[in-house]
Design a binder for this molecule. Structure first.
Ligand code: PMT
Length: 214
């Protein structure tokens, strides 16, 4: 199967030396790419800025902003059978990027105007066709309700609900604890496990889904 996977954060520039971003390390998306390549899938990984080495046998496309990630996903989606969006795309960007480093001067406060970044999954839902789309939902409260809302709004085949407030789960750490939620109401709560093990479970779900369809 040909898989398109996204990983890491995006960075939204404020000036040439500053940006808005989040704590995503890329570990979850890279674990997925590694596990998928080890199973023999053809993997394209669209990665935000992270400090991880490129996974073996994976084509890595490096991007910085949400707009870059959207363009890369659109470009590579055509040749893929499934998309897994593990990236933590920044939802907001500074309305303007200053061409030169912003100076502090004497001011004690700074008000930033922010604009929404494109919602990648929503922007490409019309390109879905027979492809399988899997999203993640990073939540700190109302985990399953919020994840189900995103599952519907983003027209996904599966959402990986990720309570990022739990110790050992979510951003930066080597482990994760997630609930897999499907549109038919089926839910599978996984225990705390390595991100590689979460990736394997997700790929197992995908394999069953593809087998059922063919
Ligand atoms: O990278 P790590 O340190 O290993 O951390 C892993 C993780 C916590 C980043 C990962 O497990 C995770 O939860 N990724 C999704 C984070 C996120 O942005 O969730 P969200 O609930 O804001 O977004 C929902 C879905 O829409 C996600 O699939 C996201 O990729 C996608 N999205 C979000 C915003 C946007 N503008 N466009 C999108 O397509």
């Amino acid at each position: 199967m040909k898989l398109l996977i996204t990983a890491g954060p995006t960075r939204e520039p404020l000036d040439p030396v500053r940006f808005l971003s989040n704590r995503s390390s890329g570990r979850m998306g890279y674990a997925l790419a590694e596990a998928a390549a080890a199973r023999g899938h053809e993997v394209t990984l669209v990665s935000g800025p992270v400090a991880l080495p490129p996974p073996k046998d994976v084509q890595v496309i490096r991007v910085v902003t949400a707009a870059d990630m959207l363009a890369a996903v659109k470009l590579h989606l055509k040749k893929c059978d499934a998309l897994i969006m593990a990236a933590a795309v920044a939802d907001w960007r500074p309305a303007r990027m200053a061409p030169r480093k912003l100076k502090k001067g004497r001011q004690q406060t700074l008000t930033l105007e922010l604009k929404r970044t494109p919602d990648i999954l929503k922007s490409i839902s019309w390109l879905k066709g027979q492809r399988i789309f899997i999203g993640f939902a990073a939540e700190t409260h109302n985990l399953c309700a919020e994840a189900r809302r995103k599952l519907r709004a983003k027209k996904l085949d599966l959402i990986v609900a990720n309570d990022v407030s739990r110790p050992g789960a979510g951003f930066e750490v080597e482990t994760n604890q997630v609930v897999l939620l499907a549109p038919d109401g089926v839910a599978e709560a996984l225990p705390l496990m390595s991100k590689r093990a979460v990736a394997e479970r997700l790929l197992d779900w995908l394999a069953v889904r593809v087998r059922r369809r063919s």
